[in-house]
Design a protein around this ligand. Structure first.
Ligand SMILES: Cc1cc2nc3c(=O)[nH]c(=O)nc-3n(C[C@H](O)[C@H](O)[C@H](O)COP(=O)(O)OP(=O)(O)OC[C@H]3O[C@@H](n4cnc5c(N)ncnc54)[C@H](O)[C@@H]3O)c2cc1C
Length: 663
């Protein structure tokens, strides 16, 4: 047992008799996974306890081999070069006045407010090393903090949550993995890798992102790599992959240009001793160390995710008109079945255009030829993807750079071909420069209008995410994959400086682009190959990296605890079937009302609960933004209340048994 820097105050408690014999018999809750969600639920337990389980003695066991609060993803022991993909002002662990929860709101600082609190001396219980102290001193609301700094915030949050528990509750931390959970009468036996067993009454799974056994295609590549002494990296957490074995100078094919690729590039360049400097004409330049491999990056789009936006709105933010929680509810009520791409996406697409053009016309009237009222009135009548709307925009918006075409935004290289590789590289560098300009120049603040409309559309879509009316295809592929990818590509890309770094790396010859519709193959002579139909030539390499997170698949998870949950028949992988499609979402089924684990027949387990990105509960899979009524806070509160209600029932049943024994 260890406290990982979390100060645990043991609270004396009378336990004269074995379980079942003493009035002070505690109710034991095992929290498996002590990352942001697990600890978020503990904080909600502390907040709700006085109302729901005031007289109950609670023993909370938190199990995680990684530091409590930060967990695996945000642990302090990782490269200081890796960053959050969110700004410091957009990250909070605390509920606020916008949270519609049954439990009490416990306000607390967002990440930037926490740093300001340390700077002003209001927060003193934080031990930062000199590098983290420097980061705290210079952090602003729009900084992208390092993961190590986030680790410190999460550790502080965890200590606050534990300290907020009343003296009737204790916390014990186990720095090991949980392997299995077994039903034994009314108890849950949690076996730990370190050898102990926790005898619990209630179990919360909060095990976050997990890997999985390689899928068929990845196994074939691993096999090929083994036979030919090559290196193949299947989808993984980049920070944990053994990328140190990739040799210098040699070509490396990287499939995927999302956030995992961004992390990989950082680790293989600056992480290998290279440096970025700013030239006299304000251009970023890369000074190689000589230890870098030569990186070739490609994907279906052939471009990275759009950069984060640093401009600010000039005009008031658009009032949602075409998609909102009310529209979502109307669509849900008004139809027998919900098809995402056909029935809902057109409304979201129009809302995205609405957000963009509201800011363009009202914030930058000098950039358009029509008055806002006239444009808005004509816009409202047209389909989001119609030739008439495109014509209206062409007539009203003279600069093509100011025109938003959602199809072109999604596939900027569609239909383009390049005679030489140099033309492709130049096109990609100019694409990145244009993206940076669109997302940082004040005159292009309409992209922020687009971002907000997309963000709020996602929140509003969340209000009908649990509807039973979604078709199987909508749930399996449209919402789970296509929509998530669209959102991530437009709204959840890397900080702008990462793309500026890619331009510099490209100019230094360390990073090259492979083009769209990337095709990766193996050749008989024992090479990985990569090519694109848009440009002549094929790259041969001895290393291939699939730069993305492993897809969720709880049945084939590499986490023994999850596999055990499914194989023991207690939990089930969500399977959907109707006329539109059949298949699995790969996620664990939980009951929406309280996140209890559902077995294959749909029966809720009385003692086991699960939260996090591997469950089929609608969740955002990111830190909560302040004042957005975050879905994960609502779920944390619901689960904590359900745990406490069960704890109160268990304690009362136990008192009853004790009384009848004494009589
Ligand atoms: C690489 C990566 C980068 C991300 N970057 C961002 C970002 O920049 N901004 C953002 O908002 N969101 C980001 N996210 C989203 C992320 O989902 C959340 O930030 C958050 O980490 C989710 O919290 P969690 O507790 O559910 O999962 P996790 O953070 O994964 O924590 C789960 C914990 O469970 C533990 N665990 C697993 N199995 C067991 C077991 N068998 N026994 C005991 N313990 C176990 C793990 O060790 C881990 O500590 C990122 C996610 C990933 C994977």
């Amino acid at each position: 047992m260890s406290s990982h820097g979390v100060t645990l105050t043991p609270i004396p408690r009378i336990r004269e008799h074995p379980y079942g014999m003493s009035e002070s018999r505690p109710v034991v809750i095992a929290v498996l996974g002590g990352g942001p969600r697990g600890i978020g639920v503990v904080e909600r337990i502390a907040a709700n306890l006085p109302e729901l389980a005031a007289g109950v003695t609670l023993e909370i066991h938190v199990v995680d081999p990684h530091p409590i609060g930060a967990g695996r993803i945000w642990r302090r022991a990782q490269s200081g070069l890796l960053k959050l993909n969110s700004m410091a002002a957009d990250v909070t662990m605390f509920t606020d006045e916008a949270s519609t929860i049954d439990g009490p709101v416990w306000r607390g600082p967002s990440l930037i407010e926490w740093a300001e609190g340390i700077r002003s001396g209001e927060i003193t219980d934080v031990e930062a090393d000199p590098e983290l102290s420097r980061q705290i001193a210079t952090l602003t609301g729009s900084s992208f903090p390092t993961r190590r700094l986030q680790s410190l915030y999460l550790d502080w949050f965890a200590r606050r949550a534990f300290a907020a528990l009343p003296p009737t509750a204790t916390v014990t931390v186990h720095d090991t993995r949980a392997l299995t959970v077994r039903d034994s009468g009314d108890h849950q036996l949690v076996s730990l890798e370190a050898g102990e067993t926790i005898v619990a009454d209630l179990v919360l799974y909060a095990i976050g992102h997990t890997g999985r056994e390689p899928e068929e295609a990845h196994s074939a590549l691993l096999d090929f790599a083994q036979r030919h002494r090559l290196r193949y990296f299947a989808p993984d957490f980049t920070a944990d992959a053994d990328t140190g074995t990739i040799p210098a100078v040699e070509p490396v094919i990287v499939r995927g240009m999302g956030l995992a690729a961004v992390d990989l590039v950082v680790l293989l360049t600056e992480g290998r001793g290279g440096r970025f400097i700013r030239s006299a004409d304000d251009e970023l330049e890369y000074l190689p160390s000589g230890e870098e491999p030569t990186l070739f990056l490609g994907s279906r789009r052939g471009v990275p995710y759009r950069s984060k936006i640093s401009s600010t709105l000039v005009a008031p933010r658009a009032t949602p008109r075409f998609f909102s929680a009310e529209v979502a509810a109307r669509l849900e009520h008004g139809s027998e079945e919900l098809r995402f791409r056909e029935d809902v996406w057109p409304f979201i697409a129009k809302e995205m255009l609405w957000g963009y053009y509201t800011e363009l016309f009202t914030g930058h009237p000098d950039r358009v030829r029509l008055g806002w009222d006239e444009f808005a009135e004509r816009f409202a009548r047209l389909d989001w993807d119609s030739a008439q709307l495109r014509q209206l925009i062409e007539d009203a918006v003279p600069d093509p750079l100011d025109r938003l075409d959602l199809r072109r935004l999604d596939r900027p290289l569609a239909g383009q071909s390049f005679e030489t590789d140099e033309q492709l590289q130049e096109r990609l560098r100019s694409h990145l420069r244009e993206d940076l300009r669109l997302r940082s120049a004040p005159e292009h603040s309409a992209t922020l209008g687009l971002f907000y409309s997309l963000l709020f559309a996602m929140f509003d879509l969340g209000t009908i995410a649990d509807s039973p009316k979604w078709t199987a295809r909508s749930r399996i592929s449209d919402l789970g994959e296509w929509w998530f990818n669209q959102f991530s590509y437009i709204a959840s890309g890397p900080p702008a400086h990462r793309l500026e770094e890619w331009i510099a790396l490209s100019r230094a010859g360390i990073l090259s682009f492979l083009g769209p519709d990337l095709r990766v193959d193996t050749d008989v002579r024992g090479w990985f190959t990569a090519s694109s139909p848009s440009v002549p030539g094929t790259i041969h390499a001895r290393t291939l990296v699939d730069a993305r997170l492993p897809a969720v698949g709880i049945g084939t998870s590499d986490n023994p605890l999850l596999r055990d949950l499914v194989q023991s028949g207690v939990g089930s992988e969500e399977y959907l079937e109707d006329a539109s499609a059949s298949g699995t979402t790969g996620k664990l089924e939980v009951r929406p009302s309280d996140s209890r684990v559902l077995d294959p027949s749909g029966t809720a387990h009385p003692h086991r609960f699960a939260v996090g990105p591997y469950t089929n509960a609608s969740s955002v899979g990111a830190f909560s933004r302040p004042r957005t009524n975050a879905v994960s806070f609502r779920e944390n509160d619901r689960v904590a209340r359900a745990l406490l209600e069960s704890a109160a029932q268990i304690a009362s049943a136990h008192r009853e048994i004790l009384r009848s024994t004494i009589r």
